[in-house]
Design a protein around this ligand. Structure first.
Ligand code: ME8
Length: 637
């Protein structure tokens, strides 16, 4: 997000109303809330959107199984999402529901624009559909028993008339976008997965269904009433219909600002491929960042209703405190990686980071200021005695914005905590109590003022993550956190002149034991055991390589030292245990498959930069090779 941008538009996915909210929903929404609060704090005109995705076969079936109408059911669950966001102090500006009349009209308008542009045509769809993922698949994408490669549930055969969007037409433009805009998809590893997917070739996308009813109808101008729009087309359009697309477009100005879509990694493909292609067709600007976060597990296990181990965010927030929970979620895992929720990890963070590091420091400022100067602190001598500490802290603060906008919130917090370390170390080094005894009162007071100033800077920067806690800290120090104070003490690096300290009860009382009852895993879902998602598979990068050189490794009967061309700037060295099965000279010029993102290892003192894929049975071993020659470096997958 560039600093010069006046407007920021932050979005969460709109959540399906087939079930109540869980920790995954809370996680995305808390990240988005942090970004929105930060954007407001630094003075951007910010619009923060969330909402619910209420159409489609999945919702229709969920409502039916409960004997309710889809709308009635959607009303109830949508209300639960709103309720949770209130509990978690989510500062959204707009809550969109795909059953809103304005949204539906906006989607129809978009369909018309794309149709007039001849980006939509009518044909016959034949393939498979997973209702749970609301995704189309071809047979080769499915497991042998025709279950869904993403969730493992059964798919159904779909054979119906359908309108198609010419996704293939946008393949090149998408690749160009990924190439030219370095941070359009974050983190980089996820972006590479998207690129690899697109490079395999895009098929046109079926965007209407005729076998059920619960969706947005085609515009009346199409005169084709049996079709409803594919739920993902309907849902993705929410990002512009919420700004009035096709109706009152004054809020569309946010779309031309800095748009950040936050999503889970499982729905990145829809956001980073389909959505920008739709936007290209609509001739609208593309989002600035699409950030894909990882998945939460519980005590190392995938969460599922059948296991009874789904983390209920409201329960956790009630038991441990909303803002402690917010802090934990953002601090615990690097953005993009999977994270594990356990009460132990949460308690450790609360007691250690929040209690020992942050809360204690405030208590010390309160204690020292009361003892030495009747709760009054003046910054007059801070720079005289503590220029070094102030400069170090300001240097850290300068780097913070970069982490927020790269969505590296855990790094942001890590850096911020270094300022707390500077403050704690300063107390240990300068021992204000000794200075008082030695009659150096001005030095002792300068130290207290240093710590109060550092704490003020930390509280202001931590505000987007823990707003109420930081307001408590700031009111105890005698200042308030807002755009102006952010500008003064963070941007302009000023010190607060005076503080009048107020006593405040401990912010993070120590937690001694787990508060929530843990539900033991029930009913293991045997079918999904050992099953991985496509994203998991793509974490392994396999490439076609050409063997340039092969030599025996001295003193080894097993190993060959290979030099392989993996399509990179330099060849790689690979140590392979295949000597019993291959003559070195026969390998030169042949091709094989290399696991290219394995951590390099030393084998008999020799560096091995990857592993060749091979299969071994009682008759021996063979390398896995492409059927016909492929360029070195070609991705396998
Ligand atoms: O996908 N950990 O909605 P949704 C982290 N309606 N995130 C998780 C998670 C977990 N264990 N489980 C789910 C949809 N999520 C669509 C979006 S947007 C135009 C339409 C995340 O309710 C998941 O990654 O199924 C996704 O980002 C979000 O929850 C919403 O999922």
């Amino acid at each position: 997000m560039s600093k010069t941008c006046k407007k920021a538009y932050i979005t969460t996915p709109i959540y399906y109303v087939n079930d109540v909210p869980h920790i995954g929903h809370a996680y995305t929404t808390i990240i988005a809330d942090t970004l929105a609060r930060y954007s407001r704090l630094i003075g951007l005109d910010t619009m923060f959107l969330t909402g619910t995705d209420e159409h489609g076969q999945k919702i229709e079936e969920a409502a039916k199984s409960r004997g309710r109408s889809p709308k009635e059911y959607a009303d109830e669950i949508s209300g639960k999402f709103k309720g949770l966001w209130d509990e978690l102090d989510i500062s959204y500006d707009k809550f969109i529901r795909t059953t809103d009349q304005d949204h539906m009209e906006g989607v129809q308008k978009a369909f018309e624009v794309m149709y007039k542009k001849e980006d939509i045509y009518k044909d016959q769809y034949e393939g498979f559909y997973c209702v749970s993922c609301e995704t189309f698949f071809t047979k080769i994408q499915l497991y042998d028993d025709e279950s869904c490669p993403d969730c493992g549930k059964p798919t159904s055969v779909v054979k119906e008339e359908s309108y198609f969007f010419k996704l293939s037409k946008y393949e090149k433009r998408l690749l160009k976008w990924y190439e030219e805009d370095d941070t359009c998809v974050l983190p980089k590893a996820k972006k590479n997965e998207v690129i690899n997917f697109v490079k395999q070739g895009l098929h046109d996308l079926s965007i209407t269904r005729t076998s059920f009813d619960w969706g947005v109808k085609l515009p009346t101008s199409m005169n084709d009433p049996k079709h409803v729009l594919y739920v993902w087309m309907d849902a993705l359009m929410n990002y512009i219909t919420a700004l009035g697309y096709g109706k009152d477009e004054k809020d569309m100005a946010y779309w031309s600002g800095t748009t950040v879509h936050l999503v889970g990694k499982d729905i990145l493909r829809f956001h980073a491929i389909y959505w920008p292609a739709f936007l290209m067709s609509l001739e609208l600007p593309l989002p600035k960042h699409i950030g894909a976060h990882g998945w939460w597990t519980r005590n190392g296990e995938k969460m599922s209703k059948s296991k009874g181990n789904v983390v209920n965010p409201k329960e956790v927030a009630d038991a441990y405190g909303v803002e402690n929970f917010r802090y934990f979620l953002l601090r615990e895992v690097p953005f993009g990686q999977d994270g594990d929720f356990s009460q132990k990890a949460l308690i450790d963070r609360i007691n250690s980071d929040l209690g020992n590091d942050l809360g204690n420091l405030l208590n010390r400022v309160i204690g020292m200021s009361s003892k030495y100067n009747d709760f009054e602190i003046d910054s007059i001598d801070v720079l005289k005695y503590h220029q070094k500490e102030i400069s170090e802290a300001d240097k850290i603060l300068e780097t913070l914005e970069k982490y927020i906008f790269a969505l590296q919130l855990n790094r942001y917090l890590e850096e911020l905590w270094k300022i707390l370390t500077i403050a704690n170390q300063a107390i240990a080094t300068y021992e204000p109590w000794t200075k008082i005894k030695e009659g150096k009162r001005d030095e002792a007071l300068a130290l207290v003022a240093l710590v109060a100033n550092l704490l003020a800077k930390v509280a202001t920067s931590l505000y987007p993550i823990m707003p109420k806690t930081c307001q408590s800290i700031s009111s105890s120090l005698g200042f308030s956190i807002d755009k102006e104070s952010y500008n003064e003490i963070i941007k302009e690096k000023s010190l607060l002149k005076k503080f009048t300290i107020k006593k405040t009860p401990p912010l993070f009382p120590r937690i001694e034991e787990e508060v929530l009852e843990t539900s033991e895993p029930k009913n293991e879902d045997k079918k999904n055991e050992g099953i991985i998602t496509i994203d998991k598979f793509f974490e392994t990068k396999i490439k076609i390589v050409t063997i340039l050189e092969a030599k025996e490794v001295p003193k080894s009967d097993r190993l060959l030292k290979l030099k392989v061309d993996a399509g990179e700037s330099e060849p790689r060295q690979v140590i392979a245990g295949i000597r019993e099965f291959y003559e070195a000279k026969d390998l030169v010029g042949t091709q094989a498959c290399l696991v290219a993102n394995l951590k390099p290892a030393k084998i008999m003192g020799l560096l091995s930069q990857g592993m060749l894929l091979a299969a071994k049975d009682k008759d021996g071993l063979c390398l896995i090779r492409p059927e016909s020659k492929k360029s070195s470096g070609t991705a396998v997958g």
